[in-house]
Design a protein. Structure first.
Ligand SMILES: Cc1ncc(C[n+]2csc(CCOP(=O)(O)OP(=O)(O)O)c2C)c(N)n1
Ligand SMILES: [Mg+2]
Lengths: 331, 327
């Protein structure tokens, strides 16, 4: 029954995370899933499809609409030896659970001084590009990255989705797992035999020499696209995928910027007090003597998420990234 | 005792007109989405039209409502203009929120509609606040919070009702129990024979009513509104009804049966009320036809004019984030 996955397979991110959840549930019977409509329905994005049928209602629990209750009960489960994985239906619905996450979950390891672990994973589909509206396309990751005691991850590829969700579940710390929902459907190769990469490691996903660009989640594919276009125009862009938003693994980024001397940080989230701002400040401190230009940020606007028709203007695309790259090169 | 709506020619016509306006509006929306002319998400209330139609008749124009993600009916029943609603859904500058809100975020403060809400239960404490304002200002206004059954799991619902009960606010909590919150059946979620049983725990009156019976919904809402207006505090109403369509665009109806849907389609609140008015001798078949034609024409015009309006402009997205320009 427990068919182990081996070799390589081309899968969309949603199916890769599904496979990762399934593997984690096979590996450890203490792993269980909670969320709205995640049972027979398989969740609104079908990430838990088939798991209720395979593992039953005691491992895959449909909850009422009660985000605070979902996260609070996950904390209780974790305190008694379980590894709960909560699904929040959309980014904008995390806030009714915000109190349990920031006031409780994030602080409890410290309160218990390590005598008690809180291995709770909270999966959140996030970000734009799907033509929805506010509450359904937001990028709230900075709120959580700002909160000490939480680990914040975001995979950008199906391969990372498969492996990072398992690492998140194995972690003894609470993990906010942000899934770029616009990347749920495009396929990518998942290597089931790969060596595990530590989840907190950021990674150079394309090498270049002129400018470094960094982002996470759905932004990474936009950055790769920008790098492709730039190459035809004779500019060599190095792309870094953050993967872990808290803590941030700065070493690869520092090495990259030390080489290129220029950095553009890109994100879907609004700019003010954002993750991108923190990265820009840190790189400005650490790479002062290598920088040939100020670190530039490309972000969503400081507004609520706009209507579907104009989301393409709000969300940074390759053009906006390249415009920043040009500005960085002009110094 | 006022004349039953079904025997009152004007009110019967008006009720039918409102129900048809809701149904035809949503059918037009469904069509526009289907043809890719409308974007975003939308939730249809087809099959539930009697609830907002009856409830809003029990309210004055300056009374308040808060609405939900499934809010077209609430908006129309409270008196919204179809063209401006359609323009909002089509992301046009002439929409209620200049096309910025879309289906789930229409607000029309002129008719007392404080807004639909993309966050389930988000409107419940807001209604309590509007009711508190009416009480503090001594205006005699009432607030009515439409919400779904699923909303009753949320903390915001609980907190809104707790405040209203403590301060004895002039507010009505009207639950449209369409038997499901997305795929979760309300029977399973709440472990109660009727959701109105919960009212007792909050120290407020609660009542359950057939939500497809226009008169019955009107009667219980009118009683609750009167109590609220006279200082008697909040009431909880459960109106049992059914949504014919899926939860939203992508629903495959895996959690319910074809038979159940068909069974409820036979309980169509509009057909039911039409039959009742004809049987009562209040309206003739010709009258019914006239209402339907009138609504059809009105809607066709609304869609055409909304379509022709200018698109929401992205250039000033930043302009209305703050009340004070330059903040
Ligand atoms: C806080 C929050 N959690 C989850 C959702 C996603 N969601 C939207 S509507 C819905 C079901 C709501 O059920 P109910 O209150 O019964 O209203 P109905 O859809 O049946 O009209 C869910 C889960 C949301 N919008 N807000
Ligand atoms: Mg419902």
């Amino acid at each position: 029954m427990s068919t182990e996955l081996t070799g390589q397979q081309s899968l969309p991110l949603a199916k890769a995370i599904n496979a990762g959840l399934r593997q984690a549930m096979l590996d450890d019977e203490k792993v269980l899933l909670l969320g709205e409509d995640i049972g027979p329905l398989g969740g609104v994005f079908r990430v838990t499809e088939g798991l209720h049928a395979e593992f039953g209602g005691n491992r895959v629990l449909d909850t009422p609409l009660a985000e605070s209750g979902i996260i609070g009960s996950a904390i209780g489960l974790a305190m008694r030896g379980y590894r709960p994985v909560c699904e929040i239906q959309f980014d904008g619905f995390i806030y009714p659970g915000f109190d349990q996450i920031t006031s409780q979950l994030a602080k409890l390891t410290n309160r218990h001084q390590g005598s008690q672990a809180f291995p709770v994973v909270i999966r959140v589909p996030y970000g734009g590009h799907i033509g929805a509206v506010e509450h359904h396309q937001e990028s709230p990751e900075a709120y959580f990255a700002h909160t000490a005691g939480l680990r914040v991850l975001s995979p950008s590829t199906p391969h990372d989705g498969y492996w990072m969700i398992q690492e998140a579940i194995r972690s003894n710390d609470p993990v906010m797992f942000f899934e770029p929902k616009s990347r749920y459907w495009p396929k990518g190769v998942v290597d089931f035999d790969a060596n595990r990469t530590p989840t907190h490691a950021s990674r150079v996903v394309r090498t270049g020499t002129d400018v470094t660009v960094v982002g996470h989640g759905a932004m990474v594919s936009v950055l790769l696209q920008a790098a492709e276009i730039a190459e035809q125009e004779g500019t060599s862009i190095e792309v870094v995928d953050l993967r872990s938003l808290s803590p941030v693994d700065y070493a690869p980024l520092v090495a990259s910027v030390s080489k290129t001397g220029r950095l553009v940080v890109a994100q879907e989230a609004p700019q003010h007090v954002s993750l991108g701002s923190e990265i820009a400040a840190t790189i400005a401190e650490r790479c002062y003597y290598s920088l040939e230009a100020p670190v530039l940020r490309v972000s969503g606007f400081d507004t609520p998420f706009p209507p579907a028709k104009v989301e393409s203007i709000y969300l940074p695309d390759a053009d906006r990234v390249l415009e920043a790259v040009d500005r960085a090169l002009a110094y | 005792m006022t004349t039953p709506i079904v025997q009152d020619r004007d009110r019967a016509r008006e009720s039918l007109r409102t129900m048809w306006r809701i149904r035809r509006f949503e059918e037009a929306v469904e069509d526009l989405y289907g043809r890719g002319l409308m974007h975003g998400t939308m939730h249809l209330s087809i099959g539930q039209e009697a609830v907002p139609t009856a409830a809003c008749q029990a309210l004055n124009r300056d009374d308040y409502i808060t609405s939900t993600h499934r809010g077209h009916g609430h908006c129309i029943a409270k008196g919204a203009d179809l063209e401006r609603m359609m323009a909002e859904l089509l992301a046009k500058e002439t929409g209620y929120c200049r096309g910025r809100g879309g289906s789930m975020h229409i607000a029309d403060t002129e008719t007392g509609n404080l807004g639909a809400n993309g966050i389930v239960a988000g409107g419940v404490p807001i209604a309590a606040g509007a009711a508190l304002s009416a009480k503090l200002r001594g205006t005699g206004q009432v607030a009515l919070a439409f919400h779904g059954d699923g909303a009753m799991g949320e903390g915001a619902w609980h907190e809104g009702v707790v405040l209203a009960a403590m301060w004895q606010l002039p507010v009505v909590f009207l639950c449209e129990n369409n038997l499901y919150g997305m795929s979760m059946s309300s029977e399973r979620a709440f472990n109660l024979p009727q959701l109105s049983d919960r009212a007792k725990g909050y120290g407020i009156p609660g009542v359950t009513v057939d939500g497809n019976d226009l008169q019955a919904v009107y009667d219980v809402t009118a009683e609750a509104v009167e109590r609220a207006r006279n200082g008697g505090g909040p009431t909880f109403i459960e109106a049992k009804t059914y949504r014919w369509r899926g939860h939203s665009k992508s629903d495959k109806n895996l959690y319910r049966t074809r038979e159940e849907i068909d069974e409820w389609r036979l309980k169509d609140p509009i057909v039911r009320f039409e039959l009742e008015t004809v049987e009562a001798g209040t309206l003739s078949e010709a009258d019914l036809e006239a209402v339907r034609d009138e609504v059809r024409t009105e809607l066709r015009g609304a869609v055409q004019r909304a379509n022709a309006a200018p698109d929401a402009r992205p250039d000033d997205l930043l302009a209305s984030v703050y009340a004070e320009v330059g903040a």
